[in-house]
Every structure is written in structure tokens, then in C-alpha cells.
Design a protein around this ligand. Structure first.
Ligand SMILES: O=C(O)c1ccc(O)c(O)c1
Length: 245
């Protein structure tokens, strides 16, 4: 299992400036209402926080990492394989970590009571998956390419197609959350969530890479998306902020 020290949260100053979104991001309206108004208090992690039940191999279901096989029928849409490695700041694999995803269906609709826009739910698609990284730090999901969907942030606002990722360390108190996008999405330019990342290179690291070697003939398109915990190539994390924010 990853040890707590392997899975330190990225610390202020360790990742290049502009890697993570500011807590209050102009253009992304709801951030103003929900970010903390006072300095964060770092709670030391004691035995209780770093030990305890975790989702190990015995607790994962057979189809947890194949979102196309969780119902009797097949979901609508473009079947895709999303794979990548979980790496620490020195490029070493982080093994046995719980990676979870959640996403909209092919029509851009979430199976969530709060999602009411007029795009149909798919009876064969829930949009949630989980898996553990292997000894090479690799995770793999088979799923459906999510559709874009409207939200009310600004006039005619649409979220680019994306998949939400959560990664746990060696305890449930160690969690990082990010989003994965698809290459060349025409909606990037008007999306304040994508554009809330100040550093252009960091922003591009949220975009997966089409990989024809992952693509399976007559079956599914392949995309690569690595998650890097910290350092020069750190992934963008939603629950981090830059030092000067
Ligand atoms: O944080 C939000 O408000 C928000 C809204 C729409 C999204 O698609 C999302 O991922 C986050």
C-alpha cells in the first residue's frame, strides 16, 4: 500500500505557481460563494486519520471499472478506454490506490437528482466507476464518452466533455480530485472551470491524449491520462490552492 509519506498532498510552493485553481475564480460564479474566507487550518494526521478501513481488492465488484457492463444492456454512445498511471513527484508509480470516476452519459446527463436538463437518462449507464492502481501505478476504465452539458454559469454556458477523478491515498482523509478532458474540445474557450487554471501547461495536463495503441479494433477508442501527485508535472487538483491566493 502507498504510505502516507508517499501520498503527501501537494504542498504550497512545491508545484509550479499557477498549477491549481484559485479558491475564488472570476468567471466561475459559484466559487465566490463557497470558498473559505479564512486561512486553512492544517490538521495533523494521527493514527486514526491514517489507518482504518479502505477499499482493498476484496471490496471491488467485477464490473466496477467497466461502466459499460454494470447493467443488463449496453449504454448508448462511443465506447472508450481511459487508462493512465498514478505517479509521485519523482515519476515513481503509486500502487494500490483507489481511483474513482464519475461522469455524465453520452447525452451529457448525470444520474443525479440535481441534474434536470432535458437530455435523457440512459437506463444502462450510471456513470460511476472505481478501481485500484496496479504495481505499475496503472488504472484502466472502460466507459462511454461523456457528452457536453449546459450549466447556468453564464449565457449559453456549456461544460466541455469531462470525467471527474478522485484518488485516495492510504486513508480516506487523503484525497485528491481532478477532471479529465478530451483533446481539441471546441468548448474549452468558454469554460471558466477549465480556464481557472492559470498556468497553460498545467491546464493542458488536464487534457487526455488519444492513443491508438490503447484503441481496440472494432471495440473502443483509447485515451491516456496520467495523474501526478506533485512537482513540476503535477496534475491540477481542485482542493489545492496556490500560495499567493
Ligand atoms: O462546481 C461546480 O459548480 C460545477 C458545475 C458544473 C460542473 O460540471 C462541475 O464539474 C462543477
Amino acid at each position: 500500500m502507498a504510505t502516507p509519506t508517499e501520498f503527501r498532498l501537494p504542498r504550497y510552493g512545491e508545484d509550479p505557481e499557477g498549477t491549481h485553481p484559485p479558491l475564488d475564480s472570476s468567471g466561475y460564479r459559484s466559487t465566490a460563494l463557497r470558498h473559505p474566507k479564512q486561512d486553512l487550518v492544517l490538521l495533523p494526521q494521527m493514527l486514526t486519520e491514517v489507518t482504518g478501513p479502505l477499499l482493498g481488492p476484496g471490496r471491488l465488484g467485477e464490473h466496477d471499472n467497466d461502466l459499460t457492463r454494470q447493467h443488463a444492456g449496453e449504454p448508448q454512445g462511443q465506447r472508450i478506454i481511459v487508462t493512465g498511471r498514478l505517479l509521485d513527484g519523482d515519476g515513481r508509480p503509486v500502487r494500490d490506490s483507489l481511483v474513482e470516476i464519475w461522469q455524465a452519459n453520452a447525452g451529457g446527463r448525470y444520474r443525479h437528482t440535481g441534474d434536470r436538463w432535458p437530455s435523457p437518462l440512459d437506463p444502462n449507464f450510471d456513470g460511476v466507476g472505481r478501481t485500484l492502481t496496479d504495481s505499475d501505478g496503472r488504472y484502466t476504465f472502460t466507459t462511454i464518452k461523456p457528452g457536453a452539458y449546459p450549466w447556468k454559469n453564464h449565457d449559453n454556458a456549456w461544460r466541455p466533455a469531462h470525467i471527474h477523478f478522485s484518488v485516495f491515498g492510504s486513508a480516506f482523509t487523503q484525497r485528491l480530485v481532478t477532471q479529465m478532458y478530451f483533446p481539441d474540445d471546441p468548448l474549452f474557450s468558454q469554460d471558466p472551470i477549465f480556464n481557472s487554471i492559470p498556468d497553460e501547461k498545467a491546464r493542458q495536463r488536464m487534457v487526455s491524449r488519444y492513443d491508438h495503441d490503447i484503441t481496440q479494433a472494432e471495440w473502443a477508442l483509447g485515451f491516456q491520462f496520467d495523474i501526478v501527485l506533485r512537482g513540476r508535472d503535477a496534475s491540477v487538483f481542485e482542493d489545492e490552492e496556490d500560495e499567493d491566493e
